[in-house]
Write a protein that binds this ligand. Sequence first.
Ligand code: SF4
Ligand code: MG
Length: 331
Amino acid sequence: KQVLLKVENLYKHFPIKKGIIFSRQTGAVHAVDGISFNIYNGETLGLVGESGCGKSTTGRTILQLYRPTSGSVFFEGDDLAKLKGENLRRKRRDLQMIFQDPYASLNPRMTVGQIIGEPMEIHGTYKGAAQTKRVQDLLQLVGLNGAFANRYPHEFSGGQRQRIGVARALALEPKLIVCDEPISALDVSIQAQVVNLLEDLQSTLGLTYLFIAHDLSMVRHISDRIAVMYLGIIVELADRNELYANPRHPYTQALLSAVPYPDPFVEEKRKRIILEGDVPSPVNPPSGCRFRTRCQYAKEICAEEKPAFREISKDHFVACHFDISGQQSAS
Ligand code: SF4
Ligand code: MG
C-alpha cells in the first residue's frame, strides 16, 4: 500500500468574537482538533460523523481551501500546508472536490461547458477547440450527452447536476477527490447511480477518494476503510468490514446500531443504542474524552485524561481508555 496523502496532527480553529463590548473575550471553534491518518493510493476512505463534527472542514483543510491552524498535510511527500503561490496552485490540480449540493455549487449564469472548462481556463491546460473537445469527452465520461455543454444548470435534474460537478472535478486529471456528501442531497433512487459512477471512474482513472458522509449506511458500499469523527477528532479508524463487524468505540457502536444490517443473525444481537444529550459545543469541548458526556461507559478517568488513538488490532485504531466490545452492557 502506497501512501498518497498523509495528515499529521492537523488542527483547524476558527476564531470567534463574542460581541463588540467584550471584544477582548475571544475564543475559537475547534472544528478540527488534532487528527492524523493516511489515505492510500487507489482506495476510498470514508469519513463519517454527525453534522458539525468537522468532517467538511477536514476535507477543505486537506485541499488548502482552509489553511490549517497547525499540522501537516503531505501529498506525495510535499507538505501542502507549507506550499504557497505557484507551487501550491500547481499541486492543487491533483486534489479536487465534489460538493454536497448540486444545486448551489454550479454557477447558474454559466453554461455547462463554461463550468467544466473553467478549471482548464484558470490553469491554462486546454484552450479553444481542444477545451471544447475535452468538455465533451468529460460529459460522456460521466454518462451525459456532449451536447449538454451549451445548456445551463437549471435545465438538469439533481443527479445530472452532480454528474456535471463530477466532470468539473475531473477536468484537471486529479489524483485525489474529496467527495463532500455528494449523495446526501439526492433522491434515494439516484444515490446508487452516483455512487456507481464514482466507483467506475475510480477504476478507470485510478482515482483515490476521501468520501465524507453523515451516516454509516452511505459509506458502507463505497469505502475500503472508514474513519469515524466526533467533535473534531477521529475516534475510530478501521477496514470497512472490521468496523462493521467489530466496532470498538462506543460512538461507532451507537452510529452502527442505527444502520439496518443485511445479516439478520447479526441484527438480532445488535440493540439500538440511543445517544442521550446533544453534541457539546466545539468552542468548549469536554476535558479528557470528548465523548464522555454521552457515553454509557464513562468513568472518572474519562474526564481527566484524553484517550490515545491506539492500534487495538492490526490497522484498527480506537480512541478510548477501555476495550469495549459492543456486546457488553453498561455496568
Ligand atoms: Fe466512553 Fe471513556 Fe471510552 Fe470516552 S474513553 S468512549 S468516555 S469509555
Ligand atoms: Mg458538511
